[in-house]
Structures are given as C-alpha cells and as structure tokens.
Design a protein around this ligand. Structure first.
Ligand code: ADP
Ligand code: MG
Length: 321
C-alpha cells in the first residue's frame, strides 16, 4: 500500500518558482517582496457537510482550491502559494490522481503553487490555506465602503443555486439547461484578474459565497453604511431568466457558491471599473448604491419596494416539496 511519503511524492510534489523552498522540509520558505503585504486565507471542505463523499474527485480538487483563490481575488491579491491539509479514509490512487489533477490544473492557470501540507488517515476532509501578495495598503477590504459608492457585481449570479436546486429535486431542468449551469456549482472560476484590476478603483469588495444579500450585508455592517439594490438590474443567465420569479429572486439574492465579486466604487471610478472589466474579460453590472441609512433595501426599476425575506424564502422552499 502507498505510504504517506510515496503519496505526497507521487501526487503532490511539484517544482516551485514563487517559493524559495517547497515540499520536503519541516517548513516551506516564502521570501516577502518589499512593499507588499501577504494575504492569507483558509477554507475547510468537510465530506457530508460541504460535498458528498462520492463527488467527482477532479471537480473536488478544483473547487477546494477555487474557493480559497476566490478569497484572494476578493482582496485584490495575486496568488503565490498554498498548503493542503488532507485527511483521507484510505489512499485510493484513482481518487488521488483525479483530485490532484483537478487541483493542479487550476493552480497552474493561477500561478499558485503547492508548497506544503499535512496528510493523515481519517474522514475525508480538505483544508487549503492560500498565500497571496498585494502592494502595501491596496487590499480591497470589507470595511471601506463609502456613502455614494456604486455597488457592482461581476459575471452572473444564481446559477450555482439553480444547479443545486436541480440536484436536490427542488426543480427539474432539461439536460441542456442543467449542463449550462452545473459548472457554476462544481467548477467555479475565481475572479483573480478582475480583483487585481480593481485595486485603487474599488473601495470595498468580497466574494459571494453565501448569497448576495448576506454577503453584501457583511460589507454594510463592516463599513457602517446601508444600501439600496435594484432587483431588476441583477445580472442573471438566460437559463435563470427563464425560471419563475420566485426562483429567480431566490437564486440571485440568496444563492451561494457562484464566487462572483461584489464590490463598491465611487461613481467617479465608473469608467475605470469598466476598463478593468474589459481588460480582464469579466462583465460587471451596477446593481445599487451605498447610503448612510443602515439596512439593505430592495427596489425594482420603477423605484417600488420589493419584499424578500429569509422567512419567505424558507416558506417558499417548504411549500415546493
Ligand atoms: P512533518 O512530520 O515535519 O510535519 P510531514 O511528514 O507531515 O512533515 O510532511 C513532509 C513534507 O511533505 C512537508 O514538507 C509537508 O509540508 C509536505 N506535505 C505533507 N502532506 C502534504 C500534502 N497533502 N500536500 C502537500 N504537501 C504535503
Ligand atoms: Mg506533518
């Protein structure tokens, strides 16, 4: 049977460029670049809680790293390196091969290298820590939104939740529609280039992992401001646009797992934000603005209040079964 050391050597050890020392010693070594700050983030994915034990290992390898890289994107950081703590029930070589291929294909695209970790026997659990670089003082924080800022969102939101709804038999999508939305759930693309391009342009940012309403509220609370969103302006895919209004709202407003960026920037930076979008090939949409009055208000394009609460959402789902 594969020993721990063989497993690490065979599936996880690759040459490093960014780090001064990679896998093999007691510690990896990163040499700080003068004038930069290190951005560090950890996410743990637990079998049964964050994914099913029989999830395709290639997708799991991709997603485990993607959710961490998305945190770097949300800060405007450039990926440098990551560590991987892995707890495995048994060293299943077919599983390890696919998992490491999924993880490294994304790692290579993002120039983020594996520099260390830990491997133990136990229930399947994947914990990744990413390290990124940001010029001193340019990090996109949650607590810097200002009165008058536009609120923007990248890409489209809600498809990951729509795909999940299909997987949970809450709705039925035809094959073509499911194939269009399921990569958003299983293979999210971290918006790294956009995050970096927003440095100096955005006042605040985060990635949408738990749903727009909840995540935007983190920015509002941290910054001590409020906001109004125009629900008619939310960017959704053609597949989501064809669903009932209840599902459109539910997916776009509360659906997590899309890993798009939500950010705020002053109106004077609109053309800069659009340039950043064009340069990185990631569409961005203005969905509202920051106000002094605390709280998050929803209105349609006619300025009429839109009611949507967690309560109605739970009620709606209970009624749909
Ligand atoms: P130690 O006992 O000193 O903690 P280990 O035997 O756990 O070292 O690990 C040996 C080397 O392999 C270390 O450099 C460690 O960072 C690396 N490593 C262990 N598990 C992993 C993993 N899952 N992915 C990447 N590197 C790993
Ligand atoms: Mg160890």
């Amino acid at each position: 049977m594969l020993s721990e050391f063989d497993l690490i050597a065979k599936y996880f050890t690759k040459p490093v460029r960014n780090a001064s020392l990679g896998i093999g010693d007691d510690c990896a070594l990163l040499t700080p670049v003068p004038g930069t700050q290190l951005a560090i983030s950890t996410d743990m994915l637990v079998s049964g809680t964050h994914f099913f034990a029989d999830t395709d290992p290639r997708q799991l390898g991709h997603k485990s790293l993607a959710v961490n890289l998305s945190d770097l994107a949300a800060m405007g950081a450039e990926p440098v390196a990551f560590t991987l703590a892995l707890s495995l029930p048994k060293p299943d070589e077919a599983w390890l091969k696919s998992f490491s291929e999924g993880m490294f294909s994304l790692a290579n695209i993002c120039h983020c290298e594996l520099i260390g970790g830990d491997t133990t026997k136990g229930p399947l659990n994947i914990c990744i820590t990413v390290f990124g670089r940001i010029p001193l003082g340019q990090a996109l924080r949650r607590d810097r939104a200002e009165y008058g800022d536009d609120i923007w969102v990248s890409g489209t939101i809600g498809d990951a939740r729509l795909a999940l709804a299909h997987c949970r038999n809450e709705i039925t999508l035809d094959k073509q529609d499911f194939n269009a939305v399921s990569p958003r759930l299983h293979m999210p693309i971290p918006r790294i280039m956009l995050g970096m391009a927003l440095r100096k342009n955005a006042n605040s940012a985060l990635d949408i992992s738990d749903g727009l309403l909840g995540d935007l509220t983190h920015i509002l609370d941290a910054s001590g401001v409020g906001a109004t969103l125009n629900t008619d302006s939310l960017p959704i895919s053609p597949v989501l646009a064809r669903q009932t209004e209840d599902w459109r709202m539910l997916c776009a407003l509360t659906g997590g797992d899309d890993y798009e960026l939500c950010f705020t920037a002053p109106p004077s930076k609109r053309s800069r934000v659009l340039e950043a979008s064009a340069r990185t090939g990631v569409p961005v949409t203005r969905i509202g603005f920051i106000e002094n009055e605390p709280g998050l208000r929803l209105r349609n394009s006619h300025g009429e209040p839109v009611t949507f609460s967690r309560h109605s959402f739970d009620h709606f789902l209970a009624g749909s079964k």
